[in-house]
Design a protein around this ligand. Structure first.
Ligand SMILES: NC(=O)c1ccc[n+]([C@@H]2O[C@H](COP(=O)([O-])OP(=O)(O)OC[C@H]3O[C@@H](n4cnc5c(N)ncnc54)[C@H](O)[C@@H]3O)[C@@H](O)[C@H]2O)c1
Length: 280
């Protein structure tokens, strides 16, 4: 039996789109899957389909931003399907507006669902993974908009940069454990989130089922970065070159940075540099 066969996965935003694609691919590889979503109607259809295909699945109605609902959802899934070892923090929302037209409520909604949801999933399951030991995997769905500026969806983009930052921090903190971390950065994927192109001028985005297969292959291989479309590379690379140039343009007026010196010496700067009351 090869991983993820026999494992239990908890996939949020699994009633449609990329989440459903990932759930389908996990079921096809023999994993048990908790399909987690707000939308009870679509959840029922997805569970019906995957059960008919011979999968061991369960539907969980959960708003990923509801902090007080996570522990109960995790307990119910583990009682029904066994200990979870794969967490896919995929649920997300988007709305478009330039920053000048973005309301505080819209900003907060993006962060509640896209960023808090991933934090809550992580803080619910990571202690269980570490306590039980053994191979586990945590995946956050970010976006190309979490790697490069996308004007017109600034609140979404900022919340997706948060997902990339969370994933990078987790990767460092979990380096010496059996818990692997991945971050999915989709380009355009043909889901309910992306309006169909009525003109037919532009090709459709990627098929969410193919993205699901790509994700499960990347989890099997233990890959951290999972971009769906290579053609974003020049845009992301140009941004990175701009940042590198800004470093080269910096003069030495402040002298060497003390945290960098500690990090280069292999010492965790948090214990040394933060005041004791804020350190942990
Ligand atoms: N489709 C794309 O082109 C694209 C590109 C980049 C990133 N993404 C990301 O992929 C992820 C999945 O999106 P998708 O494209 O499959 O869209 P989708 O709308 O098909 O799926 C999102 C799912 O999340 C669920 N959901 C929304 N809010 C929720 C909440 N608070 N709690 C629980 N479930 C909730 C929805 O009911 C829906 O089933 C999102 O995080 C999105 O930001 C999508």
């Amino acid at each position: 039996m090869t991983w993820p066969s026999g494992e239990t996965a908890f996939v949020t935003g699994a009633a449609s789109g990329i989440g459903l694609g990932i759930a389908r691919a996990l079921v096809a590889r023999g994993a048990r899957v908790a399909l987690v979503d707000l939308d009870a109607h679509k959840l029922a259809a997805a569970v019906g389909e995957l059960t008919a295909a011979g999968g061991s699945v369960a539907a969980v109605e959960l708003d990923v931003s509801a902090a007080d609902r996570w522990a109960d959802a995790a307990d119910r899934v583990e009682a029904a399907l066994g200990p979870v070892s794969i967490l896919v923090n995929n649920a997300g929302v988007i709305s478009g507006a330039p920053m000048t037209g973005t309301t505080l409520e819209s900003w907060r909604r993006h962060f509640r669902v896209n960023a808090d949801g991933q934090f809550l999933g992580t803080s619910t399951f990571l202690p269980r993974f570490l306590e039980r030991g053994g191979r586990a995997h945590l995946l956050n769905t970010a976006s190309m908009a979490g790697l490069m500026p996308v004007p017109g969806v600034g609140a979404y983009s900022a919340s997706k940069f948060a997902g990339v930052g969370l994933s990078l921090a987790l990767r460092e903190e979990l380096r010496d454990t059996d818990v692997a971390v991945s971050v999915l950065c989709p380009g355009t994927v043909s889901t309910g989130m992306v309006a169909a192109d009525a003109t037919g001028e532009h090709p459709a985005g990627a098929d969410p089922d193919r993205v699901g297969e790509q994700v499960v292959e990347a989890l099997e291989a233990g890959r951290f970065w999972i971009p769906t479309h290579g053609d974003f590379e020049p845009i992301v690379a140009a941004l990175h070159r701009e940042i590198e140039q800004a470093f080269r343009d910096t003069d030495d007026r402040h002298g060497p940075d003390p945290s960098t010196q500690l990090m280069l010496g292999g010492i965790d700067p948090v214990d040394r540099m933060l005041r004791p009351e804020t350190a942990r």
